[in-house]
Design a protein around this ligand. Structure first.
Ligand code: FDA
Length: 305
């Protein structure tokens, strides 16, 4: 990250929530489920599917983990009630992975069963590399009980090719992304092009084995390479979808839709939006311009504290 960019992120990180919201709101649907459902409805009307993410990670107590599970349960019910095209994305540490892995498994088991009953689907997000092994273990346990669950792999992790090969054997539903956490060179590629190449290698392994793959990127080069790969390997169109984040590159999203691709947008919402938005700021190459624009725009009232 360039020095100026890092400095801007540091300034934003030090801001009180009310001020930070000005810059964060493009990435987050709101703080309440109703606001997120409204965004999902709009996306669906444009022909875009969604995945709802309730913001939160690293909970501090079992009751917080259970509350996270209950909130996701409500989201599944609301999706069903409103007939929306959306599944849910869950960070295992939000449901207690680091606190009590067995509790996390139990909460996720209930959610996956409920999703299965409702004809829906639970995606396990992949967090930092200290969570990888346990998240994959939970995935393997749950998918053996009900097929309404999938997982994510990060192309920057050196272990991911081996993980992809193992997931491919079981015909898993996998999201492939580059990876967002800061990881040491011992475990993760640091070079941008190497990460891209590994991303494509993961797609080859998974798509080649007939897995359903969520291609999660806003990188135009990767999107084109992925589409070429699908065409070259004659992968049926219904075996993959492109996935993007709310507030990022809606122009690319529109282009993919016009080309007849399936597109899903990750719709985060909830009170705990700070850590998520700071990660988005770090990745935004036009952050400075975005900050300047937000400073001169009239503020919409921020919901919540
Ligand atoms: P890259 O960062 O190179 O961005 C490509 C282009 O997209 C940029 O040049 C810019 O134009 C635009 N862009 C990217 N980020 C932007 C931003 N914040 N603001 C404005 N423009 C931006 N990670 C993870 O570790 N575990 C996970 O489970 C997930 N899940 C996930 C789901 C979905 C649907 C997506 C799209 C992404 C994730 N990620 C993730 C995040 C992912 O690992 C990665 O960090 C981001 O997608 C950014 O990488 P890109 O491939 O988009 O390329």
């Amino acid at each position: 990250m360039a020095i100026v960019h890092r400095a801007v992120v540091d300034v934003l990180a030090a801001m009180p929530a009310r001020l930070l919201w000005r810059f964060a709101r493009r990435y987050v649907a709101g703080t309440a489920l109703d606001e997120a459902l409204r965004v999902v409805r709009d996306l669906n009307a444009q022909g875009v599917m969604a995945t709802l993410d309730i913001l939160g990670e690293q909970v501090g107590s079992p009751s917080e983990a259970r509350a996270g599970g209950a909130a996701y349960g409500e989201a599944l019910q609301a999706i069903r009630r409103e007939g929306l095209l959306s599944n849910i994305s869950v960070k295992p540490t939000h449901l207690g992975l680091k606190l009590a892995p067995d509790l996390c498994l139990a909460i996720l088991r209930d959610l996956v069963r409920e999703a299965h009953r409702l004809g829906n689907f639970v995606r396990l997000d992949m967090e930092d590399s200290t969570c990888t092994e346990e998240t994959l273990r939970i995935y393997r346990t749950l998918v053996g009980e009900a097929p309404a669950v999938g997982v994510a792999l990060q192309a920057y992790l050196k272990r991911s090719r081996a993980d992809a090969a193992r997931l491919a054997e079981g015909g898993a539903n996998v999201r492939v992304c580059k990876g967002i956490y800061r990881e040491a060179p011992a475990v993760a590629f640091q070079d941008r092009q190497m990460i891209r190449e590994n991303f494509l290698a993961l797609l080859e392994i998974l798509l080649g084995a007939g897995c359903y793959v969520g291609i999660a990127t806003h990188d135009p080069w990767l999107i084109q390479e992925a589409r070429d790969l699908v065409a070259r390997r004659q992968i049926p169109r219904d075996r993959h979808e492109f996935q993007m984040l709310l507030g990022v590159r809606s122009d690319l999203r529109a282009g993919l839709l016009t080309a007849g691709e399936r597109v899903r947008v990750y719709v985060p919402f909830g009170e705990n939006w700070r850590a998520y938005c700071l990660r988005r700021f770090r990745e935004n190459p036009t952050l400075l311009r975005h900050v300047m624009r937000a400073l001169f725009r009239r503020e919409r009232p921020r919901p919540g504290p």
